[in-house]
Structure formats: structure tokens, C-alpha cells
Design a protein around this ligand. Sequence first.
Ligand code: MGD
Ligand code: MGD
Ligand code: SF4
Ligand code: MO
Length: 760
Amino acid sequence: MSTTETTSTWQPTACILCSRNCGIEVQLRGRAMTLIRGDKANPVSQGYLCQKAQRLNFYQNHADRLTSPLRRRADGTFEEVSWETAIAEIAARLVALRDTFGGESLAYFGGGGQGNHLAGPYGKALRTAMHTGNYYSALAQEKTGGFWVDGRLYGRQNCHATEDVEHADVVVFIGTNPWQSHGIRNARTFLREIHKDPQRKMIVIDPCRTETAALADMHLQVRPGTDAYLLAALLAVIVREGDEDQEFLAKRTTGFDAVRAALLDVPVEQYAQMAGVALSDITQAARWITNAQSCAVRTDLGLEHTLNSTLNQYLRALLFLLTGNFGKAGGNNLHTALVPLMGHSQEGEQQKRSAVGGFPFITNLLPPNILPLEIDNEHPQRTRGLVVDSANPLVSMPDTQAYRQAFAKLDLLVVIDVALTETARAAHYVLPAASQFEKCEATFFNLEFPANAFHLRRALFEPLPGTLPEAEIYTRLLRAMGVLPSDFAELKAAARQNRLAFAQAFQKLLKQQPELADYAPVILYETLGPTLPPGLAGAAFLWATAHQFAAKHPAAVRRAGHQGEGPLLGEALFEAILNSPSGMVFSVSEYEESFAFIRHADKRVHLEIPEMLAALRALSGNHATPSDDYPFVLMAGERRSYNANTIYRDPGWRKDDKDGALRIHPEDAAALGLQDGGWARCESKRGAVVARVALTDVMLRGVVALPHGYGLAHPDESGVRQLNGVNINELTALEDCDPVAGTPWHKHVPVRVSAVSSTA
Ligand SMILES: Nc1nc2c(c(=O)[nH]1)N[C@H]1C(S)=C(S)[C@@H](COP(=O)(O)OP(=O)(O)OC[C@H]3O[C@@H](n4cnc5c(=O)[nH]c(N)nc54)[C@H](O)[C@@H]3O)O[C@H]1N2
Ligand SMILES: Nc1nc2c(c(=O)[nH]1)N[C@H]1C(S)=C(S)[C@@H](COP(=O)(O)OP(=O)(O)OC[C@H]3O[C@@H](n4cnc5c(=O)[nH]c(N)nc54)[C@H](O)[C@@H]3O)O[C@H]1N2
Ligand code: SF4
Ligand SMILES: [Mo]
């Protein structure tokens, strides 16, 4: 397309800035996205979008887009190399490390941000070729504690209970601000509606009076880091009054007696006080919840990125389970997944652990908090080679200093990204990916119930010259590593014939060589891919996915409107995925199926988790209070109107909060001599930053907040890199994390704050 040509048609795709992936329609001029609006045809978002999506051209076009593979020279600068050279050299070095030190010496980080998950299965194939299971991702710095709990409750760590807020009489939001972060469908519309509805209630548990809290019927302004106390007190009030759902507990669960005994020991008044919430409010909240027809509980980072992270998530699950709000409309429900976002790690004797520190895997993932420790040591099995795809750990993961130091010790760091990020600048090789609007893409955030949707997006543009889609990058790497035994000529011929012939040939191949199953995404890309509509080759693995899903959940697929018997249902599902550029519903479940999705043989929820009950009993007295040295609690990583992880690198996209201000209560500011719009130094045990100050009484006294996603260096008009705002992970420390899941305590960083006259 020429640079001046304007398309007057609206083209469907999706916003890539958060897990909602709202459907959008875009008008283009040349390679620019000029107009953006919500796509009414998207079955989930139905035309909704928020202010962040309007600026997507800042992601698509900016000064740091990569256009050539880069290789680091001895002096630290980069030289451009051809794709052939980069792939051959990286493959040779990966194979050499693998064969010299074993697959354990290699690791993989990333595998998809907020909009791009199609590379995930290819990344898995690469890990197979690297002979490693070492897989780190952002998911393992937020959700793995909850997944571990789910594993015990429901039998598998990938049994995920989503919240049916739209049908709930009472909605409880704990540690989440959906007005800004979304996380639920069409959040602002939903929040306005429930706010106006006198029949329904919203309870928000958050130390800040967030936009969401301001719309709530009840705001429990919990002291940071004390949710475990608050939730324990809330649950204790429910069981003390005998208000648990006894019929549900008897019929659907095991282990309630042990839970009840632990809850009856909770010193309710003391815990309410520690949480800073009036007992009368807790009792009122308990009544609202137990008297409601239905109650859905939604939580996020405020509960995960803080003290007692895994215990918090156990208690939040008990809240909907003890009150019988599971497996029903308006409650929490287990759901289907077309491409599961996470796996399951066995516990007990088969527990897999990291090579150096022995940290257990959860959902086949390791937490980013341990990665620098796995690299930076003299252990024979230390991590020596790392492939990073679509993540920027040198900014977004805890303890930037420790990360920087550890990455400098790697024998090989390969980064696959669209932009020359902080992490890319530390790499030995950088591979430029086509952007999410230059290839087909999808996310695996399909967490809806009862109707669950999937959106395979088509490319809006040709790949930027010099870039390649990940499917092609991984396929070339695997070919160069020599792990693919042939060119699959027979399969290619069968694919050209028809899908049925292909299915037979593919099954025959996997029967003869079952070890190739791990490389299936790449094989399908090479063989079936070329027969798919133009631009969709990277989605070829979804053919196998669709067949597997339809075979497992035929009734749910039919309820979603797809027809056919046996393999024809799988074909129909795959065709619908390919031919729904605005997204499609792939399954419709019935509420009762939540119980069928439980993986324990007895199909009951196993409420008793001994480690968690022990943690609950050990709670009293372990609450870290601010010290004289560091009297403030910093919430390091707030979602605001103008941050979106590190996806937008060009600060020009921000309409306000351009420096990412430190938010502080006016009385705290006055005591410190801080001015609105002035500057403050914020110092933790790990480091110090200087940030812009914003006064607001939505903050509790003694608590300050900084947004994440700042501290990126971007070239200005003359090409000089300028730092925009502060990188909050200069303040965080590896060791400050949950003992079970390794998830960081970002919302609870002890700091001291002082006035300074400028950023200097
Ligand atoms: N202190 C603190 N730290 C935090 C947080 C916090 O609240 N506080 N939040 C945490 C959370 S919840 C998360 S999810 C993480 C997010 O942190 P990361 O996992 O690092 O993810 P992103 O910031 O989304 O970065 C995505 C990267 O993908 C690249 N990218 C975009 N499109 C493509 C593509 O098509 N292909 C490829 N290969 N790359 C692409 C972008 O350029 C960017 O470098 O940050 C975490 N870090
Ligand atoms: N605008 C915007 N939206 C985003 C993103 C973004 O970067 N920008 N990132 C996306 C990603 S990757 C994620 S994971 C989600 C995260 O979404 P959220 O978790 O909703 O976002 P946060 O603002 O990090 O934290 C939520 C709330 O936790 C509260 N909180 C802090 N400490 C505590 C505590 O001790 N207890 C309780 N109960 N609450 C506490 C904070 O005051 C805050 O209001 O957002 C997604 N959406
Ligand atoms: S809620 Fe906003 S940021 Fe999230 S996908 Fe929708 S438009 Fe994008
Ligand atoms: Mo996240």
C-alpha cells in the first residue's frame, strides 16, 4: 500500500492494551491508523472501548520500531545482520549451550503480552528443542498463587473460576479498580449500571478511594497488605452466624469442617482493627453477601501483589464457595478455554523445580522473582541462555538492578520484540517481529462464562520491511536447530488435496513419530498454513485446537451455533474461527458444567488446604508495619488513564500524567513540604527515584502510589533518548515475594519520601 492511500473502509481488529482485547474498527492511511472506533460486531465488547485504544497508532508507528535483526558487537553497540545470519548464529549457540551444559541451562521468558498469544505454542516448540521446561512469564508474577490454590480446590491448576458479575446481585471487587484496569467486560458501562441499580450492590475493598470505590454501595478502605485479616474476619463472621450455604457445602464440597474450625478461631475484632475496617461494616458486608441471590467475587493485583498473596486468594475463593456462589448464574464458575493460557504442575514427588534455587513450578511456570538468582551464581546448572519474546523484564520485572546484573552474565540473550526495548538493548541478538497489526493475532484470554469467545484477527498491514511474524521466526529457528526431520512433502501434498486427506496424513505422521507432537504448531504452519486464506498461516495450529476442543466439548460448541457430527464439528469450528474477523463465540456452557469441569474424581470442591489453613492460623502478628526508616507504603504499579504496561513506548500517547506522578494525601504532603506538581524523592531499601508529585485525598494517609509502565527511554525529535517518568522496579527487591508462588509484593514497598527541588 502506498503511503498516501487512504482506506475509507473500517477494518476489524482488536485493542491490544489489556486482557479485554475489545473489538475495534480502524481506518488506515498508508501505514498509519488514523481513526479508531469500537466494533459493534465483536461478540463480547459490542462496540465498547476506552480512551487508551484511540492512541494505538503510537504502538504501530514510533521511532523505536525494529526493522532489522541486530547483533551486539564486542564494544556493546549493535550491527544490523541478515535474517539468515541471525537465525543461523542463534540456533548454533542455543544448540551448543544445550549440548554442553544441558537444557536446564536455557530458559524462555514471555510468550505473549496483552494482545499477542499466537506465538505461545511456537515458543513451547522452541522450549522442546532447547530441552528445557524453564518458562518465566508475567503471569507468574500475578496469578500463580491463585492457580496453585485452584489446583488444590478443583484438582488442576488450570481450573480457573471466572466471575459472572453481570448476573450477580452483589459484586465484590477486592484489590482491583476496573474503572481503570478493566478486567471485566465493558467495565465502565457495567460500573455505571450497577451503581444506578437499587436492586444490586457493589462492595469494593481497596485502600484507595478509586473511581470504582467511589461508585460502590460499600467501600471497605482496608489498610494496605491486610486483606488476609479482613477476609478472615469476614468469613469468620459468616460461619459464626451459621450463614454459610450448608446445602451447597454438604452436596458439592469436602473439607468444610477443617475450614470452619480454623475460621472460628479467628479473633474477629482484632483482625478488623488490624485491617482498619469497622467490624459493623464487615458484618454488614457479610449480610449483604449471604442474603443475596448471587454474589460474584473479582480480584486482581491489589490482592496478588501484596503480603499473604496466596493466602489472600484462598480466602477470596472461600468467600464465594462457603456462600454457595459457585456453579450458578451470578457466581464464580469454571469455564472452557479454547487454547489454555496455563498448564498444570504436579505436586508431591513429581514436583518440578528450578535448577538452582529449587523453586517449584506452578502451571508449568517459574516466577520472575527467581530468574536473576538462577542466572547469577556459580552453580553448574545455572541459566546461561535466555530467549525473551514480547516482554520487557528489564523494566517490568521486580528489582531492575538485580536483573541488569544477571543479564550481563548471560552467555546468550535473544530478544524478539517489535521495539528496541530496554531488554533488547541488553541482548546479544534482537529479532524484529511484525507488529500485532501486521500479522494475524489472537489472545488466549478467553475467560468468559457461560458464553466464551475467541477472536482471530487479520493483519491490517504488510509486515514492516525487515520484520517477520513470530510463526516464521520460530519455524526458521527450529529448522536451523535441526530438530525437524523432513520437509513434510507428503503432508503438504495432502493439504493441497483437502482437509480430510490432510487429517489422515497428519494422524499417520504423529502415529509413526509421536515425538513430533511437540512440534505440531510448526509442522501445521509449514504444511496446512499455505492452504489457508492469505495471512492466516500462523493460525494453522488452531485447526488441531478446534478439533480437540470440539471432540471434548461437543454440546458447548453446538450451543454456540456450530453444526456437524464428529470431525465435521471440529472443521465447522475452525472455519468459524477463520471466517469471523470480528470474533466469535466458540462455546456456551451451562452453569451446572462448572462442577463437571472440576478435575477431582469426586467432582467436589476440596476446601481444605492444610498449608493455607496453617498460614491462616499463623497470621496474627506477622503483619509488617511501616518502620521509622521507611514510614510510607508505596503501591508500586497503579493502573491509570494513561499507562498500559510497556506496550506504548512513545510518551506522546499520554494526554495527562505525563511523568507518572507520585500520588500522596495532601496532609502527608504538607507534613513533608511537598507541592502539587513539584518533585519528591522516593527511596526504598533497594534504590531511589525522583518523581513528580500529585496531591489527592483518595489516598490513605501513609500510603503513596506510582504507576508502572514508565521509566522507558524513547528517542526525542533529534534522536536523543529521553527517560519518561520513573521505573518503579528500581525500588523493588527480589526477595520481597510470596513464599508459595514467588509473586512480588509490589503494592507494599516500604519507602521514605522527601521534597526535592527538581529531577536532578
Ligand atoms: N512494580 C511493578 N511492576 C510490574 C507491574 C506493577 O504493577 N508493578 N505490573 C506487572 C504486570 S501485571 C504485568 S502483566 C507486567 C507486564 O510486563 P511485560 O510482561 O514485560 O509485558 P509488557 O509491558 O506488556 O511488554 C510487552 C512487550 O511486548 C512487545 N510487543 C508488543 N507487540 C509485540 C508483538 O507483536 N511481538 C513481539 N514479539 N513483541 C511485541 C512490546 O514492545 C513490549 O516490549 O508488568 C509487571 N510489572
Ligand atoms: N489503564 C491500564 N489498565 C490496565 C493495565 C495498564 O497498564 N493500564 N494493565 C493490565 C494488567 S497487565 C493487569 S494485571 C490489570 C491489573 O488491574 P488492577 O489490579 O485492577 O490494577 P492496579 O491499579 O494495579 O491495582 C488495583 C487496586 O489495588 C489496590 N490495592 C493496593 N494495595 C492493596 C491492598 O493491600 N489491598 C487491596 N484490597 N487493594 C490494594 C490499589 O489501590 C488499586 O486500586 O490491569 C490491566 N489493565
Ligand atoms: S478496555 Fe480499553 S485498553 Fe482494554 S482492550 Fe478495551 S479499549 Fe483496549
Ligand atoms: Mo498483568
